[in-house]
Design a protein. Sequence first.
Lengths: 106, 116
Amino acid sequence: EIVLTQSPGTLSLSPGERATLSCRASQNVGTYLSWYQQKPGQAPRLLIYDTSNRATGIPARFSGSGSGTDFTLTISSLEPEDFAVYYCHQRRTWLTFGGGTRVEIK
Amino acid sequence: QVQLRESGPGLVTPSGTLSLTCDVSGASISSPHWWSWVRQPPGKGLECIGEIYHTGDTKYSPTLKSRITMSVDKSRNQFSLIVTSVTAADTAVYYCARDVGREGFWGQGTLVTVSS
């Protein structure tokens, strides 16, 4: 099973700042890496699929990059609604999620 | 608009069987998509349980496969999950979803508590 390790566990930032979230895979996942955002009491929301493709309706401030085992989600300028938990996910082999990064207001 | 909605008992006794159904509207369960179950223990992360294709092909979590069965009911446009021999560790919000990891849809989730 492919293990996804996300860092940092918590990111404390102010609105308007840039957020950089990392996801490292224990094996090569190619480009089959996606990112989800989850807010309390809500289902996860897809932001990025296949490493760098924004899902429908996702603002351009969200971008994804990487390949193989190292991936990054960047939020160029944090909006108040972006403070949430973010999970990376791979579907290269059996579906697994990372442990999550919480982006909190500083 | 595709919508998914989970239903089933909110409380299951230890060593019992957890059964959930996902009703799909706005799309056919027979369409070529993967239909999945994902769970989230309170305050913890996401875990994929299994997924089923419209043909009935299944993929199950390696750690849960001995206790899981998924099925599709085309006449009712729904798919189901059965988890046997449950323990407190199976307490979670259970989500049904279409095409996890791709552009898809998720239900709102249902909390299942395992307790006597």
